[in-house]
Design a binder for this molecule. Structure first.
Ligand SMILES: NC(=O)c1ccc[n+]([C@@H]2O[C@H](COP(=O)([O-])OP(=O)(O)OC[C@H]3O[C@@H](n4cnc5c(N)ncnc54)[C@H](O)[C@@H]3O)[C@@H](O)[C@H]2O)c1
Length: 318
């Protein structure tokens, strides 16, 4: 039995507790930001408003504090959205322990003149952190209902990744491993942009061709950012692209853009309450991509970034 802390009680953080509890670990779920959610989860039933299930009785719910981090954990899981990574980094600034930290958050960050991953952003606060990443196609609602799901754990030291895999794997949550941390993190972030592009197709025929072209661009981008192109064909790449393209908020936004609706109109009128992770990512990386990358190599990505950040109608010349 291991002692595990999950930081972030949103859909994914809460769903991740299910396989861990199934494996008889002692799991604490904490929430650093959304106090309303924390209050709801602290009630006896532990009803999660997004997952629409009662979380396991054995799960401990606690308010997040620096003290929590000073407790001895066997694994710390970070499941906040990309915007929250900076604040978690600040809390981990003076963290001296070698406790494995597992980052579920998907996203990229523009840092001066570079694009960095979530794990690199955390390491900026504290170089010594023992970080692995976990990505892949995972709808939190499905995982929370024990629908068979597959994920990839990445660390340059494969032994550390496999040790984590042994802690989290169950018959309904299967793990694969990779040493290509960069490739896994970049793939899992940019698939949010490509799922919008695929969603913009006028029909399945168009979307299928856009899917093919998206995979080609993803390969180029992963190589450009020093990952391995094979990673694009793994769970964090096309695996995750599939689940995002067939349903979800990014492909819905893509559908509106494909119909000629501008991003602002779609967001404000039709998807007001929704977080569109691909759009947040577009704003983050667009300045870098427009400056440093060639339209010849990634025309779909550039067309989408222009549509989102300049509020132009989406124009795909393919
Ligand atoms: N690795 C995977 O298998 C996997 C699967 C699904 C989602 N995800 C990723 O996990 C992350 C969370 O997804 P989710 O579906 O749980 O989202 P969610 O919106 O349900 O939850 C977001 C979480 O981030 C916290 N948060 C938001 N803003 C914050 C801030 N400024 N500071 C600190 N914390 C903040 C919220 O309080 C909440 O705990 C996303 O990056 C998503 O892409 C990963």
């Amino acid at each position: 039995m291991k002692k595990i802390l999950i930081i972030g009680s949103g859909a994914m953080g809460a769903a991740f507790s299910i396989p861990l509890i199934d494996n008889n670990h002692k799991v604490t779920l904490t929430e650093p930001y959304n106090l309303k959610l924390l209050k709801i989860l602290s009630l006896k039933k532990k009803f999660h408003p997004v997952l629409k299930i009662n979380l396991p009785k054995k799960l401990v719910i606690k308010k997040f504090s620096l003290d929590i981090l000073s407790t001895k954990w066997d694994l710390i899981v970070i499941a906040v959205s990309s915007i929250g990574i900076d604040s978690i980094g600040k809390y981990l600034k003076n963290f001296k322990k070698t406790t494995p930290i597992l980052v579920l958050t998907k996203g990229l960050k523009l840092d001066k003149n570079k694009i960095i991953t979530m794990s690199e952003q955390l390491k900026k606060s504290n170089k010594k952190l023992n970080i692995s990443v976990l990505k892949g196609p995972c709808l939190a609602k499905e995982l929370s209902r024990k629908i068979k799901s597959y994920t990839v754990v990445a660390n340059q030291n494969i032994k550390i990744a496999k040790n984590i895999g042994n802690i989290i794997s169950t018959n309904f949550y299967r793990t694969e491993y990779s040493t290509d941390v960069k490739g896994v993190e970049f793939s899992s972030a940019i698939k949010n942009i490509y799922s919008m592009i695929i969603g913009s197709g006028q029909g399945n025929n168009t979307s299928s061709a856009l899917f093919r072209k998206s995979v080609e661009e993803m390969e180029y981008l992963i190589k450009f950012f020093k990952g391995k192109k094979e990673t694009v064909y793994g769970l964090a790449g096309i695996g995750d692209l599939y689940v995002s393209a067939v349903g979800g908020r990014n492909s819905k936004m893509g559908e509106y853009l494909g119909k000629g609706i501008t991003f602002k109109q779609a967001k404000n009128r039709l998807m007001r309450e929704d977080t569109i992770e691909g759009a947040d990512l577009a704003f983050e990386i667009a300045p870098y991509v427009f400056k440093k990358m060639s339209n010849k190599k990634i025309p779909l990505m550039i067309a989408l970034l222009k549509a989102i950040t300049k509020n132009n109608k989406l124009k795909i010349n393919y």
